[in-house]
Design a protein around this ligand. Structure first.
Ligand code: PRT
Ligand code: ZN
Length: 225
């Protein structure tokens, strides 16, 4: 069993799209902190809440392992990792709050000149994605057998390189798809930033700290509306 920990620990994206808005939200909720020398850890001063700054992909695993209690992460990353962790027998992670920013969608996109008749036309094709779990779940739901080509970046250029026939990737404005002569045809997940956590209450008094902090964050979010 993990050793008792009386301070709440929240994982945030170190840089990237969600790091700054996550820190802004916590600051708006009244949290103040000082930085560790290596800038990977922020020690909360106004509340017993510490922040760990990491790659977003590591956030679900840190919660599952009990290293962090909560995390601020995109639903796309949460669902992708939860499906993989669930397959390994871990308890599910759930959304404690929806934050309403960092919105994007995980879309299937085909060549801009191709006709779209529905998921069945994907049978036997190669789909490039960084989200094999979410794509695999959707393909099973649709009863389509296709091949998934897992790429961790530059998914949009895979069709031009001949690595795949189409893609399944995150879209916000659609500019990246258009620049690669692709068009979105169906959304398989709507995403936004969320506060992710375990599906049960925290221990050692950390649930009370979380309730206090979340109440303040709710207040800050209402003021912004
Ligand atoms: O370094 P680290 O691993 O932490 O960061 P990362 O590079 O994996 O993630 P990052 O910072 O790029 O994105 C973090 C989260 O922001 C994602 O997991 C999503 O939840 C959310 N988000 C919102 C997006 C986008 N919008 C988005 N547009 N993530 C990525 N994109 C990509 C998109 O795939 C495309 O390639 O940005 C590009 C531009 O999109 P368009 O449609 O506007 O052209
Ligand atoms: Zn990442």
């Amino acid at each position: 069993p993990a050793q008792p920990r009386e301070r709440l620990r929240i994982a945030l994206q170190k840089s990237g799209r969600l790091g700054d808005p996550a820190r802004e939200l916590l600051a708006a909720g009244g949290l103040t902190w000082r930085e560790s020398r290596d800038r990977l850890f922020l020690y909360g001063e106004s509340l017993p809440v510490d922040l760990l700054l990491v790659r977003d992909d590591d956030i679900p695993g840190l919660i599952t392992d009990g290293v962090c209690d909560l995390g601020i992460v995109g639903r796309n990353v949460l669902v992708e990792n939860s499906l993989a962790l669930g397959a390994q027998g871990h308890r599910p992670l759930v959304e404690w709050r929806q934050l309403g920013w960092g919105r994007c969608s995980l879309d299937v996109a085909i060549g801009e000149d191709e006709e779209w008749t529905g998921p069945q036309q994907l049978a036997g094709l190669r789909i490039a994605t960084s989200y094999p779990q979410i794509l695999g779940r959707w393909l099973r739901q649709e009863g389509v057998e296709a091949q998934t080509v897992v790429l961790n970046g530059s998914v949009e250029i895979a069709p031009r390189l001949g690595q795949a026939d189409l893609v399944c990737d995150l879209v916000s404005t659609g500019g990246t798809l258009r620049a690669n002569q692709l068009r979105p045809v169906t959304t398989i997940l709507d995403s936004e930033a969320v506060i992710a956590g375990p599906d049960q209450r925290l221990e050692d008094g950390r649930q009370e700290i979380a309730d206090l902090l979340l109440g303040r964050l709710d207040g800050a979010m209402q003021l912004k509306e």
